[in-house]
Design a protein around this ligand. Sequence first.
Ligand code: CO
Length: 173
Amino acid sequence: MIRPIRLLGDPILRRSTDPVERFDEDLASFLDDLVDTMYHAEGVGLAAPQVGDSRRATVIDVSEERDGSLVLELVNPRILRSEGTIPSEEGCLSIPGLTETIERAAEVEVEYQDRHGERNVVAGTELLSRALQHEIDHLNGILFIDYLGPLKRRLVVREWRRSMAEQGIQVAD
Ligand code: CO
């Protein structure tokens, strides 16, 4: 089921999420919804708060296929190790139309649980590294614009709100 995506200004995007303890049918169907919504929105990642849910879960797909065969479902993810820094352009489905260049670690290693509770580790560089860091940030109430300087951030957010208003999309302050 495709769920509506929450936009910047929605307080749930700023809340930290709760660790998942039950790996049941409800979690499985929630992860299915996250994946469906991510593909529908043509994003490379989507985190639970972006669909109004406070579970510590996110999905990522940086593959060409985008058919569910290579999707990563990360429950209770945690960065074990990060290395280097690299600037790159980034965007977010919760701030559609806005892209800015920010610095992130070049490589990360992340521990997580799958939908059955099995522990796994994934290591990422390039787009996967960036997506892992971006989505784990969402689970801590952090958005990519938080890495901009305060003046720059205020400016781009004001412009974004104006462009949303022009498209008739209401966003909260
Ligand atoms: Co995002």
